[in-house]
Design a protein around this ligand. Sequence first.
Ligand SMILES: *[C@@H]1O[C@H](CO)[C@@H](O)[C@H](O)[C@H]1NC(C)=O
Ligand SMILES: *[C@@H]1O[C@H](CO)[C@@H](O)[C@H](O)[C@H]1NC(C)=O
Ligand SMILES: *[C@@H]1O[C@H](CO)[C@@H](O)[C@H](O)[C@H]1NC(C)=O
Length: 675
Amino acid sequence: MGNGVGLACFLLNYGLVFIGFSDTPSDGILSSGNLSDKGYLKADPEIEPPVMVINTVLSLMAYDYPPHKLSVYLSDDAASDITFYALLEASTFAKQWLPFCRNFKVDPTSPSAYFKTIHSSTHPNAHANELLTIKKLYQDMESRIENAAKMGRVPKEVHSKHKGFSQWDSYSSRRDHDTILQILLHEKDSIAKDVDGNVMPLLVYLAREKRPQVAHNFKAGAMNSLIRVSSMISNGEIILNVDCDMYSNNSQSLRDALCFLMDEDKGHEIAYVQTPQCFENITKNDLYGGALRVVYEVDFHGLDSLGGPLYIGTGCFHRREILCGRKLSHRYKKDWNEYKNIGDMKEASLDEREEQSKALASCTFEKNTLWGKEMGLLYGCSLEDVMTGLSIKCRGWKSVFYNPQKRAFLGVAPNTLPQALVQHKRWSEGCFQILLSKHSPAWYAYGFISPGLQMAYCYYNLWVFLSWPTLYYCIIPSLYLLKGIPLFPQMSSPWFIPFAYVILGDSSYCLMEFLWSGGTIKGWWNELRIWLYKRTSSYVFAFVDTILKCFGFQESSFVVSAKVAEEEVSQRYEKEIMEFGNPSPMLTLLATLALLNLFCLLGMFFKQVFINEEGLRIFDAMGLQVLLSGVLVLINLPVYQGLFLRKDEGRLPNSVAAKSTALALAACAVFISLS
Ligand SMILES: *[C@@H]1O[C@H](CO)[C@@H](O)[C@H](O)[C@H]1NC(C)=O
Ligand SMILES: *[C@@H]1O[C@H](CO)[C@@H](O)[C@H](O)[C@H]1NC(C)=O
Ligand SMILES: *[C@@H]1O[C@H](CO)[C@@H](O)[C@H](O)[C@H]1NC(C)=O
């Protein structure tokens, strides 16, 4: 690959942990003019986001790639001087870390992940001394950053030494400040070298201008600012975008991904290369179904044959031009040698470029331009990335799914039930918005993408509608069971056979698919539970919220407040004990459904055995209803434990227990009395 293609890595950081999970925050609150931090958790120095961020930065800077062609941009949407300070520390540390990675073929290149792997496998080899030195350096840096985060301010001596901090003088809040832009490492036009004398990648800190009265468009807005600013500073052909809670676990993945884009036969029609979103924090049986195994191991490979996977917003390699709106043309052939090195771009010095590009990140720059409409990431949807991917496909491009055995990027999965449910709510809501938007795969995409791909997009976009049949099957058959009215054919009837076929066929197929994707049987059972929970809570609320929003009502917001003791939560997560957290309407709904099924099943048994004395004849007449309720009760066992048996902090709150018991009993009583 000769010299390598210019590459800009974009890191998107919110500096705030959104419900414990640093994913794109989606909120109706910020845009409605209330500037309180509702819906967010303030970055907790204990959860150490700045350290997480710099680990991501370092892991990307240390890619096995010509460093003069690599630039790393950090978009800090919280505009926190602590994050800037952490980045400054990281840039100094990188001078030792990059040569270390190169000399000892270190992988993963994120220091904290690397030191963990070393810890587990004793390395009695030649580089023990260097390892100790660099580990010490890292730990010192880590503790300095953690201290600063704990105190909430940057040490005085650093503050006065680096001119970058002066940009915070006019800062009034994270939603009201000027553009803060700083090129690190390459100062005053001297190209920075590491301790071995090699050029270092460019490192840029950006906090785009924000004003309370101007919509900032969340992640899409941040990406678009980065696209413009980077075009002025390094203008790499390829853009990799990564969320700050992920790090590179495979320093070769970059070269592999470029192979798809540079392929002589097919490369010219590929717009982006998507890697799966993988997690380091998945326990053996994946209690919250966070790994999305079947999606990444089965669905996305299927999509690949239909024109390529969705753009999921992280771990994705884009061509800059296409992201900026270029249409497919058959004469398109990239000349990969056009790109100039950082050192070659002498027309304007780095300092000048830094000054010039500030204007590109101002919040009024996009006024009356096509940014957000046809250029860059599209605005107006909480899943801007999926929508952007679709519009790229509609312009004729293809994408590729790249799923290496050794994961390209690893992130952190949600480790409590409310986090998982809120995440699914956001996804399903975004998907539904795309269906209703003017880029809807159902009609807009017709004729632009293959019917197969259109159906595949719709499969995700129609998620919210699955809530209604699921709710029906969770409620009605059980209530009729309690009343003694059969709804399905009896077991001795031939009409029972199609039901049995569908049930057996579907569950064995799903089980096989899950095991084939590397899951365990217990993991499948857990996945089934989450499948049920997201349909009976996340999707319901997503549906209702979207409809309410269409009519101009305020969105309900789910505030998952601070987790009790982080340590205990982690311990329960490791032991795969479900963490329910604080009261919320979602939990009440889940608990009510679980109790309803329990009451119906118990009530039915009681009636049959003690009152009717019919004994087991019921199983023939209403076998399927008994089976359905029975499975629902079995799958809800963790909820009953959480309601009545557990004593720890992660149990279901008493208020939820009281509300759901009352609701479930009332539903049973009302239904029985209606005759
Ligand atoms: C913003 O929200 C907070 C709490 O949610 C509330 O106390 C405050 O009055 C609100 N401010 C405005 C301007 O609506
Ligand atoms: C993720 O897992 C690692 C080890 O598996 C653990 O040290 C860390 O605390 C976990 N993080 C969270 C947020 O659960
Ligand atoms: C991450 O990288 C390490 C070291 O190369 C490797 O052993 C591990 O399998 C990788 N993890 C995943 C999930 O691929």
